[in-house]
Write a protein that binds this ligand. Structure first.
Ligand code: BTN
Length: 237
């Protein structure tokens, strides 16, 4: 199925805008790119800020009917990472990671409209850092990673041309086949593998990759626990 590509100079959030349109009955597939977001959103109610440097922010909105939604963000992460560079890792459930720093984040939101389920898959990618900060300026506690560290000539339009087709293909494959074709692809880039992790409920263990539906397998004192909730945050110890 075809879809429209739309580029806006500025919007609050590409995810918010596509959900607004869906509520107004506009459920057709669209890839919406924003040159600037004034209220970019991340997972768990966090903000996604991209004013500090160059970034690429876009969302794909479309009606979607997979048998099982779990694993969609992992499938998308694997596909877009592959479209960019072999050295980009994946941090469960949905961050692209580069040398222990966050390169890109994925925010998936869904809503039902009658029989239709509409999905919005938003991706924010750090492309290039701002001009050097004045000497002595405070750095953020966890500085982000930038795609230009790996691809010296990349800019946002070029990154979009790589990521967008990979995203569309991944979503179509996921709808038809589920997570199965993506499990090994995710695990090949899993940055938590064999690392000690702490879960947000306080328990800890060792991460052993993802299972066949995308659950993170963590070996704890209680045995192997499949972690499925995206509300459970996982951090390397
Ligand atoms: C996260 O890391 O928590 C997810 C970040 C997702 C950011 C993207 S930028 C395009 C789309 N629009 C938004 O408001 N958020 C997503």
């Amino acid at each position: 199925a075809g879809f429209t590509v739309e580029i806006l100079p500025e919007i609050d959030s590409t995810n918010t805008e596509l959900m607004r349109r869906a509520r107004a009955g506009r459920l057709e597939p669209v890839l919406l790119v924003a040159e600037r977001q004034t209220a970019g959103r991340g997972r768990l109610g966090r903000a996604w800020q991209s004013a500090a440097g160059d970034s690429l922010t876009f969302s794909l909105g479309l009606p979607l009917a997979p048998r099982d939604w779990s694993g969609l963000s992992l499938a998308v992460g694997a596909a877009v990472a592959e479209s960019l560079h072999p050295d980009i890792g994946l941090k469960w459930p949905n961050d692209l990671w580069l040398r222990d720093r966050k390169l890109a984040g994925i925010l998936i939101e869904t809503a039902s409209f009658g029989e239709q389920r509409y999905a919005v898959i938003g991706i924010g990618t750090n492309i290039a850092p701002p001009a050097p900060l004045p000497a002595g300026a405070a750095l953020p506690a966890t500085p982000p990673a930038w795609l230009r560290e790996l691809l010296p000539a990349i800019d946002a339009p070029q990154a979009l041309l790589r990521m967008a087709p990979a995203l569309v293909q991944a979503v179509q494959a996921f709808e038809a086949l589920g997570f199965a074709p993506f499990q090994a692809r995710f695990n090949a880039r899993d940055v938590l593998r064999d690392r000690a992790v702490t879960l947000s409920d306080g328990s800890s263990g060792t991460a052993h990759g993802v299972g066949e539906s995308g659950a993170l397998l963590v070996h704890t004192a209680q045995g192997m626990m499949p972690i499925t909730s995206s509300e459970v945050s996982v951090r390397p110890v």
